[in-house]
Ligand binder design. Structure first.
Ligand code: IMP
Length: 189
């Protein structure tokens, strides 16, 4: 089975390809920057991304991720990308000084196949480190410490990150659902 993953982010593509492989799903990468509307929820952003892509055959996959910091009332949330590009990790660490450091990373994956559209969310709970650590991964990985670990995602191997990451959880949900749908199609053939 093949899916087309539309993203401008090569790191996301590598993660998704790796996570879906054990399900027997090959991922074709369509490198495209999709507009992200001002929206209150990741789901809204994902629906807008799917709506932006012209109708095509096959299974289409997109995702959007956000970082929700408890000590900042959920900020930056859906605006994580903007915040990363403006104040960056040093700015986020400054904002968190003296505040609670609990954090949740969320990914909403969106799949479109013909007329059918569905979304699946994955979450990783954790905390924000006092300083950036590690050089693997991308984005907020150097400051995100998942629950149960004392290392940031940037200090882990890719396989270790996949055990708990928001994206891995969302994409494993996608993998399971696509495999079930394939079994139903084959069963009724
Ligand atoms: P996006 O809007 O889905 O591209 O992601 C929002 C922000 O979170 C961007 O700055 C990404 O670099 C960052 N981000 C997304 N996923 C991850 C991740 O798995 N680890 C660290 N940062 C991420």
């Amino acid at each position: 089975m093949r899916v087309t993953f539309v993203t401008s982010n090569p790191n996301k593509y590598r993660e998704v390809r790796r996570i879906l492989r054990p399900f027997g799903i090959s991922v074709d990468w369509r490198r495209l920057e999709l507009p992200e509307p001002q929206a209150d929820s990741l789901a809204e952003v994902v629906r807008a991304k799917l709506a932006h892509i012209p109708r095509r055959r096959g299974v289409l996959l997109v995702e959007d991720s956000g970082l929700f910091l408890k000590g900042l009332g959920g900020f930056p949330g859906v605006y994580a990308r903007y915040v990363y590009g403006t104040i960056g990790l040093p700015g986020v660490l400054r904002l968190l000084k003296g505040k609670g450091r609990s954090a949740v990373f969320r990914t909403v994956a969106g799949v479109r196949h013909g007329r059918s559209v569905w979304l699946i969310e994955g979450r990783s709970t954790g905390s924000i480190a006092l300083t950036a650590r590690g050089s693997n991964g991308f984005g907020y990985d150097p400051v995100f410490v998942p629950t149960g670990s004392d290392r940031t995602y940037a200090q882990m191997t890719a396989v270790e990150k996949d055990r708990t990451s928001h994206r891995a959880r969302a994409m494993r949900g996608v993998g399971r659902k696509l495999v079930k749908a394939r079994a139903r199609r084959n069963g009724s053939a």
